[in-house]
Design a protein around this ligand. Structure first.
Ligand code: G5P
Ligand code: MG
Length: 220
């Protein structure tokens, strides 16, 4: 058993590898991965009321308004009881960071730093399995059968917001809106930076950081 429940965030520009690193983290440590983007895409796929409301924002690479996001994500987090969690994609604005801090102060923040030119190249080759959020990248983690999810055999799709103009927009928003969130956690003294051009380069640094926090609770 862990000595305590760890509340962690993973931050980083669009396509910096948050989803990729998070899936490795939850394989190795007893944590629940809560990705705002995966959850929103699932709502869009299922055509729920929330899904219909947020679809246009995601497709254009714009942020969903704070009031919608805060209510949604804080409810999602309440469903994770007695387990360490890893939040991915939320908070993304100072308003969201303040709202989260009031209800759930976090313990550690992992900030992934990948050069923008690497990111722009990467998104062209990304394919996702919408129901699970599993991501593939041709040449990096290519699916066993082209266009199909390895586990379920269901179709993979490309994200509408991976179109070059939407990616550019997402990177601009990241610079202007999410950068202050990084400073917010830096000031709290809980931000750790993990730098690299590939997820394989970043991963051992994450392991070095998290292993001591989980001690006897490492799964693989
Ligand atoms: P998301 O879903 O949070 P982003 O833009 O923050 O979207 P994204 O695109 O999901 O982040 P990621 O999770 O950081 O990227 O990266 P990833 O999926 O693991 O990796 C990207 C690609 O690179 C994959 O194909 C992967 O296989 C590949 N890859 C990884 N490592 C390597 C490597 O080393 N080499 C190579 N070659 N490839 C690699 O948010 C989406 C939208 O939802 C809304 C917004 O509209 C947002 O734009 N939203 C919110 N709006 C407001 N507030 C919030 N809090 C919101 N959260 C979501
Ligand atoms: Mg992601």
């Amino acid at each position: 058993m862990s000595t305590k429940i760890l509340k962690a965030l993973i931050l980083g520009a669009p396509a910096s590898g948050k989803g990729t690193i998070s899936s490795r983290i939850v394989k190795r440590y007893p944590m629940v991965h809560v990705s705002s983007g995966d959850k929103l895409r699932d709502h869009i796929e299922k055509q729920t009321k929330l899904g219909m409301e947020v679809k246009k924002y995601l497709n254009e690479g714009k942020l969903v308004p704070d009031e919608v996001m805060i209510k949604f994500m804080i409810t999602e987090l309440k469903n994770v009881t007695n387990k360490s969690w890893l939040l991915d994609g939320f908070p993304r604005t100072i308003g969201q960071a303040n709202a989260l801090w009031k209800v759930q102060p976090v313990d550690v923040v992992l900030n992934l730093v990948v050069p923008f030119e690497v990111i722009i190249d990467r998104v062209k080759n990304r394919w996702v399995h919408l129901p699970s959020g599993r991501v593939y990248n041709i040449g990096f983690n290519t699916p066993k059968v082209e266009g199909l999810d390895d586990i379920t055999g269901e179709d993979l799709v490309q994200r509408p917001d991976d179109k070059p103009e939407a990616v550019r927009h997402r990177l601009e928003i990241y610079e202007s809106t999410t950068r202050p969130v990084i400073d917010f956690y830096k000031k709290k003294g809980i931000l750790s930076k993990f730098e690299g051009r590939t997820s394989d380069e970043i991963w051992p640094k994450v392991v070095n950081f998290l292993d001591p926090l989980f001690e006897n609770d490492i799964k693989s």
